[in-house]
Design a protein around this ligand. Structure first.
Ligand code: DGP
Length: 114
């Protein structure tokens, strides 16, 4: 737990969130500012600030986060497809420095992304 980290506070139950999945290592909850009809954030419970901070020992955790995204997408009925986004660094739009994967679905998506 990193003091001052909003997502660590959500994990600790200090800030409420609408959880859609939880296990020992991973939490998924609805984004407070949804950018699509379904907008879920998947986070590791360990405080890892960005993709740049990942270590080799965390490869399995990241794989599990992606597989969990697929489980949540199924749960949310996103048969038409969905988008997974991870912003890394301020230049890419990262605002919360606790690694997270956005799961977006329920509307069409353009490419390239904005
Ligand atoms: P990013 O820009 O990639 O760092 O995305 C951070 C996302 O986190 C953004 O879409 C809004 C969301 N968010 C920020 N604070 C909270 C919060 O307190 N609760 C929830 N559920 N989502 C939050």
């Amino acid at each position: 737990m990193e003091s001052g980290c909003i997502f660590c506070k959500i994990i600790a139950g200090e800030i409420p969130a609408e959880k859609v999945y939880e296990d020992d290592e991973i939490l998924a909850f609805r984004d407070i500012q949804p950018a699509a009809p379904t907008h879920v954030l998947l986070i590791p419970k360990a405080h890892i600030p960005t993709v740049d901070d990942l270590e080799a020992g965390q490869d399995e955790l990241i794989g599990r986060i992606l597989r969990t995204a697929a489980v949540v997408a199924r749960q949310e009925g996103l048969e038409a497809g969905y988008r997974l986004v991870t912003n890394c660094g301020r230049g890419a739009g990262q605002e919360v420095f606790h690694l997270h994967v956005h799961l977006l679905g329920g509307r069409p998506f353009g490419w390239p992304p904005g």
